[in-house]
Design a protein around this ligand. Structure first.
Ligand code: NAD
Ligand code: DAO
Ligand code: ZN
Length: 368
């Protein structure tokens, strides 16, 4: 079949809208009509060329929602008409990683996904007979896409696509880091570094579990009002204090119980660790740093009880947890609507990237 898609031909160049060929689903695969997709910082990271694993030409996008149109042989858990959210972190429920119950990093299709291919080692997308690569197993910047069955979460049919697509990455990454990775408890003090599309979801996760002080840190003063709306109790602009670590320690009587780095800046990662409480503080790295960057701290920080952790996709097991998070949204427990600041047709997708680069959007969503 033919489908409209935004194609990333080369690092650093804008996407171009093309009519591309899409082959139907093979064994274990599903054809999905994408109804809406968010534009995430990670798409920009890859498009910019900063991602050493970025491959071109490819169809980017990993924050979508849509409807199953067709299923390949052997697919048993999904059928035509089901509403789904594609998962860049699949959940096979059979690999060593899934069975460990210690991680959400399913490895069933990791190798081919990292090469921009479906699990059988080939691409379903092409243009003029030349293959185009998939991206993160999802390629939601195409109106129709093919994804493995294990990389699709079935969601309730009454959830609006242009809102719940954000659960495909930002919402789950932020809220999940609080609930699944750090397991923040009621009454804890939390510091959140970076109040963008991820950090604001960390804030609303912290509010949801009943955190006490929720301290937001951002260089952009425009982020303060929105973060307060989502539950932030204190704001620190690093340009307005002498030392961010001291400022958090003073506000929390010795340090935050939990901190979250939602920027991808290794200097800030150090601040996030060192502002946590001696003896028990935990700092969770969510931000993806530039290739080649390293983190450092004095080892005594760890000897004296602080812990450094990381979180991918919020530690969520997609097929199990994403439908629950959609329910939380539908039940009014989490707010997505106010984070979707812009809606655009596919033809204007590059404007969505520009809004993100200028810090003017939280989430832009392409509605097909
Ligand atoms: P964003 O650009 O929307 O937000 C980043 C925020 O950090 C901005 O508000 C910016 O003003 C602020 N900031 C920048 N430098 C700062 C500094 N030195 N001190 C304080 N604030 C600073 O980005 P986002 O979409 O929220 O993504 C954040 C990071 O999370 C990115 O690195 C992204 O790639 C990563 N990410 C990780 C996962 C995961 O599973 N681990 C998933 C999605 C995104
Ligand atoms: O299993 O080795 C692996 C890769 C897991 C990928 C997790 C990606 C999370 C961070 C990237 C941001 C995604 C939007
Ligand atoms: Zn698995």
């Amino acid at each position: 079949m033919k489908t409209r898609a935004a194609v990333a031909w080369k690092a650093g160049e804008p996407l171009t809208i093309e009519t591309v060929d899409l082959e139907g689903p093979r064994a274990g695969e599903v054809l999905v009509e994408i109804k809406a997709t968010g534009i995430c910082h990670t798409d920009y990271y890859t498009l910019s060329g900063a991602d050493p694993e970025g491959l071109f030409p490819a169809i980017l996008g990993h924050e979508g929602a849509g409807i199953v149109v067709d299923v390949g042989p052997g697919v048993t858990t999904l059928k035509k008409g089901d509403h789904v959210i594609p998962l860049y972190t699949p959940e096979c429920r059979q690999c060593k990683f899934c069975l460990s119950r210690k991680t959400n990093l399913c490895q069933a299709i990791r190798t081919t996904q990292g090469k921009g291919l479906m699990p059988d080692g080939s691409s379903r997308f092409s243009l003029d007979g030349k293959p185009l690569l998939h991206y993160m197993g999802t390629s939601t910047f195409s109106n129709y896409t093919v994804a493995p069955e294990i990389a699709l979460a079935k969601i309730r049919p009454d959830a609006p696509f242009e809102m719940v697509c954000y659960i495909g990455c930002g919402v789950t990454t932020g809220i999940g880091a609080v609930i699944f990775t750090a397991k923040v408890e009621a009454g804890a003090n939390v510091a959140v570094f970076g109040l963008g599309g991820i950090g604001l979801n960390v804030i609303q996760g912290a509010k949801m579990v009943g955190a006490d002080k929720i301290i937001g840190i951002d260089l952009n003063p425009a982020r303060e009002a929105m973060a307060r709306q989502f539950g932030m109790t204190h704001f620190i602009n690093p340009r307005e204090v002498e030392n961010v670590v001291d400022a958090v320690v003073q506000l929390t009587d010795g340090g935050a119980d939990y901190s979250f780095e939602c920027i991808g800046n290794t200097q800030v990662m150090r601040q996030a660790l060192e502002c946590t409480h001696k003896g028990w503080g935990q700092s969770v790295i969510i931000g993806v740093a530039e290739a080649g960057k390293e983190i450092s701290t004095r080892p005594f920080q760890l000897v004296t009880g602080r812990q450094w952790k990381g979180s991918a996709f919020g530690g969520a097991r997609g097929r199990t947890d994403v439908p629950r998070i959609v329910d939380w949204y539908m039940d009014g427990k989490i707010n997505i609507d106010d984070l979707i600041t812009h809606k655009l047709p596919l033809e204007r997708i590059n404007e969505g990237f520009d809004l993100m680069k200028r810090g003017e959007s939280i989430r832009s969503v392409v509605v097909y």
